[in-house]
Design a protein around this ligand. Structure first.
Ligand code: GRF
Length: 263
């Protein structure tokens, strides 16, 4: 039985699907906490109704407090700004310095608070279920203690590596794609760029709208996420570094997930 922590921002339908899958025995595990970045996250009710511990770290409030008096920010004692800045891989190169500074410092405060809230509830796996904040290396490194065994999963509403970012289904539909889908992956220091665990796809037909595309996608998410979590529970996800030949010469490396056969 694995212990699962969850972070959400919104309606939490994936969280509800995971709680249900645990209750019905499709996942050998239990959800031990659900945290949110805002108090209005309706999905927290799914956790409360199931008697699961919840917490809120209000990111907006932390950012507003920093803007009002930046000198009063209290950074976590173990925060190393150079380490975090050298690893973070989702900030555009042309982002102004002050913006990066505000982003990283306020994230450090928010992430340290989440880590403190999570500390009382040890977990094997942390799932992001519609958590709309990029996590920085400060947080990731404190959860992924063993670098070869990542344990933060995310579900993304597109067939990665196409359409990373906040509006996967919208981007897929507006591009005129004939197939859409969802992806579960481990997170790394980039945006929606970590090793892929599983994907599901659906056809986009001429009479589909953005609403029907989202509906088709979400119903697949509710199957895919529990299935991937169960693979983790069965210890069947192995992250390996693979080397590939580049067309035109040279090689490159990528971390990929190998799914081990069931015991
Ligand atoms: C899902 O589409 C998920 O892929 C994306 O955010 C949405 C969250 O939906 N990351 P919900 O909060 O689980 O209902």
């Amino acid at each position: 039985m694995i212990r699962i922590g969850a972070l959400i921002s919104g309606s939490g339908s994936n969280l509800a699907a995971v709680i249900r899958a645990c209750e019905e025995g499709q996942i050998d595990g239990q959800v031990v906490f659900a945290g949110a970045d805002n108090a209005a996250a309706a999905g927290l009710d799914h956790a409360r109704n199931a008697g699961i511990h919840t917490f809120i770290v209000d990111y907006k409030e932390i950012i507003a407090a920093y803007r009002q008096s930046p000198e009063k920010i209290e950074l976590p004692r173990d925060y190393d700004p150079h380490d975090v800045a050298s690893k973070v891989a989702f900030l555009a190169d042309n982002t102004p310095y002050e913006r990066i500074k505000e982003f990283l410092l306020t994230r450090a405060v928010a992430e340290a608070r989440m880590l403190a809230d999570m500390a009382a509830y040890p977990f094997d796996l942390l799932i992001l279920a519609g958590f709309m904040r990029n996590l920085t290396p400060y947080f990731i490194d404190r959860v992924n203690i063993d670098k070869d065994r990542p344990r933060i999963m995310n579900i993304h509403p597109a067939l990665l590596p196409s359409f990373p970012g906040v509006d996967g289904y919208g981007d897929t539909f507006q591009y005129g794609c004939k197939v859409g889908g969802c992806t579960v992956h481990f997170i790394d220091y980039g945006e929606d760029s970590g090793p892929i665990i599983g994907q599901r796809s659906f056809d986009i037909l001429p009479d589909d709208t953005i609403e029907t595309v989202k509906k088709k996608g979400l119903s697949l998410e509710w199957e895919l996420y529990p299935a991937c979590i169960q693979l983790f529970a069965e210890n069947r996800l192995q992250v390996v570094r693979r080397a590939y030949k580049r067309q035109g010469g040279g090689t490159f490396e990528r971390m990929v997930v190998e799914i081990l056969p069931s015991a």
